[in-house]
Ligand binder design. Structure first.
Ligand code: AMP
Length: 290
């Protein structure tokens, strides 16, 4: 396994004679990230060049967010990558990705990606500018690595939807694969931020996935019943401070209260447990009444 820290290293090390498949991450790798690497390998084939990028992207963090304290565990991350048969890790520094400075201000000089209206709801409403940062760094990674296929997790469902739009709308010619959310045995979605939780908060955090499952079970009775089921689970755990709970169509638009029987939707949640902000989502199948 090789490690490239600059674009010059990257160009020297990447084997473009084989299909290139990319798994972008911010490091602090856990089994969820490993499941993406396995899916990437499975989809691209044994002879593909499997690249994992590790970059904590300052542009997607707001001024009051956890950029400085975001976990950085490079040695352990490289072990995970080795174990999963990664060929090349791209781990650039901030100055390599933003040579003229991080363009936080909207009137900064470098070109950035304007993500459109879907970026203003849900995560985007709580984290202004977040998806501009995500899509900008993803576009740069695509330009540097030029992957044939990329894998992103459904764990960040709105992000996955926006990356599909980035690729379609800007004609980027890369295949986007969504990977199912990998969970702890009790249902908690694996996340790099779970390590901020103490033992008590870790128990409380499972409330998020329990609420989503409760909604799944009631979705056949329509949107209001499913929402009520999820909300009653959340209200049962006062330590969980809800940011949003949204039931949507699969493209994140607002569904009618009683969607067509058999139609699919999504439930998405964001909440704080202590100071840690967690997100999760699950698929829904509406209608039918039974
Ligand atoms: P991050 O390092 O948090 O930016 O995540 C890198 C990629 O891993 C993103 O595509 C995430 O959606 C994905 N990911 C994070 N957690 C999980 C999980 N529990 N299961 C599957 N994919 C995940």
């Amino acid at each position: 396994m090789e490690i490239a820290r600059t674009r010059v290293d990257l160009d020297a090390m990447i084997d473009r004679s084989r299909p290139v498949v990319l798994v972008p991450t911010m490091g602090a790798l856990h089994d969820g990230h490993a499941s993406l690497m396995r899916l990437a390998r499975e989809r691209a084939g044994a002879d593909a060049t499997l690249v994992v990028s590790i970059f904590v992207n300052p542009l997607q963090f707001g001024p009051d967010e956890d950029f400085d304290r975001y976990p950085r565990t490079e040695e352990a991350d490289l072990d995970v990558c080795k174990r999963e048969g990664v060929d090349l890790v791209f781990a650039p520094g901030v100055e390599e990705m933003y040579p003229t400075g991080v363009p936080h201000a909207l009137d900064a000089d470098p070109v950035t990606v304007h993500p459109g209206a879907t970026a203003d709801i849900l995560e985007g409403a709580s984290r202004p500018g977040h998806f501009r940062g995500v899509l900008t760094v993803v576009a740069k990674l695509f330009g540097l690595i030029r992957p044939d296929l990329v894998v992103f997790g459904e764990k960040d469902y709105q992000q996955l939807a926006l990356i599909r739009r980035l690729v379609d709308d800007l004609c980027l010619r890369v295949e986007v694969v969504g990977a199912p959310t990998d969970r702890e045995p009790d249902g908690l979605a694996r996340s790099s931020r779970n390590r901020y939780l103490d033992d008590e908060q870790r128990q409380q955090a499972v409330t998020l996935s329990r609420a989503l499952r409760a909604a799944q079970e009631r979705a056949s009775y329509g949107v209001p019943a499913a929402r009520w089921a999820a909300m009653s689970v959340i209200k049962g755990e006062p330590a969980v401070e809800l940011d949003y709970l949204a039931l949507t169509e699969t493209n994140l638009s607002t569904p009618p209260d009683y969607p067509e029987p058999g139609s699919e939707g999504r439930i998405l949640i964001a909440a704080r447990v202590g100071t840690t902000r967690l997100i999760d989502n699950m698929p829904l199948v509406f209608g039918g009444g039974g």
